[in-house]
Design a protein around this ligand. Structure first.
Ligand SMILES: Nc1ncnc2c1ncn2[C@@H]1O[C@H](COP(=O)(O)OP(=O)(O)O)[C@@H](O)[C@H]1O
Ligand SMILES: Cc1ncsc1CCOP(=O)(O)O
Ligand SMILES: [Mg+2]
Length: 298
């Protein structure tokens, strides 16, 4: 595992710690990030929802990681302790599941295992607001992903989350993502037509993806575990979030272009998308620098 506490200080592909690339954008090498994932085969424990659990497991595997879905209070701490990354997705969280997520998250923090949180549906109900608040308050989260509505709701901005769906317009999403990063200490990925990756200081726009992705249940969940896989193999959480978000969007584009077979609608698109995730490293090693722009946020 590489984790964030490696002593080698190599910083992984690219390097936000080093000289930034053009326009203050970190110079993240996607081919190196994909190779790091393939080389390390990170074990990712996902405590996730009942709806998309199988997709989350397969995406872990297709990037080159190893999935495990331990969510039993008796063993989850041990499993996370030997893992290289951990995802907490609260999509169908129960009362006992909430405690299990906190146990898993604490084990990740104690062992320096990169932790990703997807607060699915936060903003939709008071229960979800309370669970999400506990996760981001009690745990040190490395990367937090949610759709525009969820990220806006987390910071108390106007948001409409219907069930797990983001509804409405979010003109200030970059500012909300930076505020969310300040509140949680995490690198924040706000997903939507254009993905925003934010730190406490700045925000980046990642121009990758396809509208077909919005018509498949679970693309947000699969983005979450993608971020866990990249965070496990790439030392810096910002580099990992940028590489993971861009790689995921590129897979969505390749699938939409038909590079992994014809599709007839959202169901067959999903299969092509999963194949694109599995085949991205061999299909191309694209330069993602021209897909990432810095956004000025106060
Ligand atoms: N209209 C769109 N155009 C391009 N990419 C999209 C679009 N809608 C969703 N996506 C992509 O689908 C993934 C999931 O995003 P989103 O639908 O916001 O999450 P969720 O499923 O959690 O609501 C992200 O990678 C996002 O970039
Ligand atoms: C429909 C649904 N209900 C609870 S979890 C879930 C899946 C949400 O998936 P995503 O956040 O990727 O759209
Ligand atoms: Mg989601």
């Amino acid at each position: 595992m590489s984790g964030h506490d490696d002593a080698d200080g190599a910083g992984g592909p690219g390097g936000s710690d080093d000289a930034p690339g053009t326009g203050g954008v970190p110079d993240v090498a996607l081919d190196e990030a994909l190779a790091a994932v393939a080389g390390e085969q990170p074990l990712i424990n996902s405590v996730t929802n009942d709806v998309t659990v199988n997709d989350v497991a397969n995406v872990t595997l297709y990037w080159g990681g190893l999935p495990v879905m331990s969510d039993d209070e008796r063993e989850v701490g041990d499993m996370v302790g030997i893992a290289d990354g951990c995802l907490l997705n609260m999509g169908t969280v129960s009362e006992s599941g909430e405690e299990t997520m906190l146990t898993a998250g604490r084990a990740a923090n104690e062992r320096g295992v990169p932790l990703v949180v997807d607060p699915v549906g936060v903003g939709a109900t008071p229960t979800r607001d309370r669970v999400a608040d506990r996760l981001v308050t009690d745990l040190d989260v490395d990367v937090l992903n949610g759709n525009y509505g969820e990220i806006s709701a987390l910071v108390g901005d106007d948001a409409e989350v219907r069930g797990v769906e983001s509804v409405g317009e979010y003109a200030e999403i970059a500012a909300a993502a930076v505020e969310c990063a300040r509140k949680t200490g995490a690198v924040v990925v706000a997903s939507g037509e254009t993905d925003i990756v934010a730190t406490e200081e700045t925000a980046f726009e990642v121009d990758a993806g396809h509208s077909m992705m919005g018509g498949v249940v679970g693309t947000g969940c699969m983005l979450g575990v993608t971020l866990a896989v990249f965070a496990a193999a790439v030392d810096d959480p910002l580099d990992a979030a940028l590489a993971g978000t861009a790689a995921y969007g590129l897979a969505g584009e390749l699938a939409a272009e038909g590079a992994f077979g014809d599709y007839r609608g959202p169901a067959s698109y999903k299969i092509a998308f999963l194949d694109a995730v599995a085949g991205l490293a061999d299909a191309s090693t694209p330069d993602i620098a021209d897909r990432i722009d810095r956004i000025e946020v106060q």
